[in-house]
Write a protein of this length. Structure first.
Length: 280
């Protein structure tokens, strides 16, 4: 074997990769090159599966936009200036969130951020909430902002949440530092895992499991229901609109001849919804 054809040592590979990442000058061609080097390093056991996964996704953060991972507006839990204390208490308890964007009376007016740790002591003491005095600064970012940039902003400003707006300044969602980090170090699939990509799976004659991101027209067509009055794009959005708050596992609603029940969710969004066709 010619000397130059020998695979790089683990140390030399890491040093080379570190220089490329430190330079932060990645054109499409060089990104592809580094990604190929990472894959080759994994195949030759220079780096393990987890390191390959994280490094590869870190390189690609700069190619992805905030819009791709944000929590959509309809799933946001917000507080309005002047909102009744009972409503605020309900939102803090039922959502389990620690941070809440505060919106003003004007359309798409973002006043700031309130923290649950600031709200709860005041409510327990029976004090009147002075929302304006409790407001903290909140980031407002465009949908097109790249994930690597927003991650740097979160780290620099020691912030955790940003409201996302479209090109017209209309609120379209929110993104948290956890959302970005999940893209970086999300679940690593085992090679023996069965990939589940179906948005709608029939588990019995009249029972189904649906992804919450199932598009509403597909849902309507499949189950022959009218969704014309629903201001949402997904099944999860329909559920939230009908329930009136962010659902948790076990929450149920009836829609037409269907019973919908949340079977999987986290603190920020619904993931899976069970669908049962009612007996006539």
């Amino acid at each position: 074997m010619i000397e130059n054809d020998k695979p790089p040592s683990k140390l030399s590979f890491i040093q080379s990769l570190r220089k490329r990442i430190a330079s932060r000058i990645f054109k499409a061609s060089s990104l592809n090159e580094v990604s190929s080097q990472l894959e080759q390093a994994h195949l030759t056991d220079l780096i393990d599966k987890e390191a390959f996964f994280i490094a590869d996704r870190a390189l690609k953060l700069g190619e992805r936009k905030t819009k791709e991972i944000m929590v959509p507006k309809i799933e946001m839990v917000t507080i309005s200036a002047g909102e009744a204390h009972n409503n605020i208490i309900e939102k803090v308890i039922s959502s389990g969130h620690s941070r809440f964007p505060v919106l003003g009376g004007a359309p798409n007016e973002v006043l700031g951020l309130m923290l649950a740790k600031d709200i709860i002591p005041e409510l327990v003491n029976g004090s009147l909430l002075d929302i304006k005095k409790m407001l903290r600064e909140i980031k407002v970012i465009p949908e097109t902002k790249k994930l690597d940039t927003i991650l740097e902003d979160f780290k620099r400003d020691k912030s955790h949440l940003a409201v996302v707006v479209d090109e017209y300044g209309t609120i379209s969602g929110l993104v948290t530092i956890e959302d970005v980090l999940e893209e970086l170090v999300g679940e690593i699939e085992d090679e023996h895992d069965v990939e589940e990509t179906d948005e709608l799976i029939q588990v019995a004659e009249k029972e189904f499991i649906a992804d919450a991101m199932l598009e509403l027209p597909v849902f309507a067509e499949t189950f022959k229901v009218d969704v014309s009055a629903i201001d949402a794009e997904t099944l999860g959005g329909l559920f939230i609109q009908q329930l009136g708050l962010l659902p948790k596992v076990g929450d149920r609603i009836e829609f037409d001849n269907l019973i919908l029940a949340v079977t999987a969710a986290d603190k920020r969004k619904v993931k899976k919804i069970g669908i049962t066709i009612k007996e006539k």
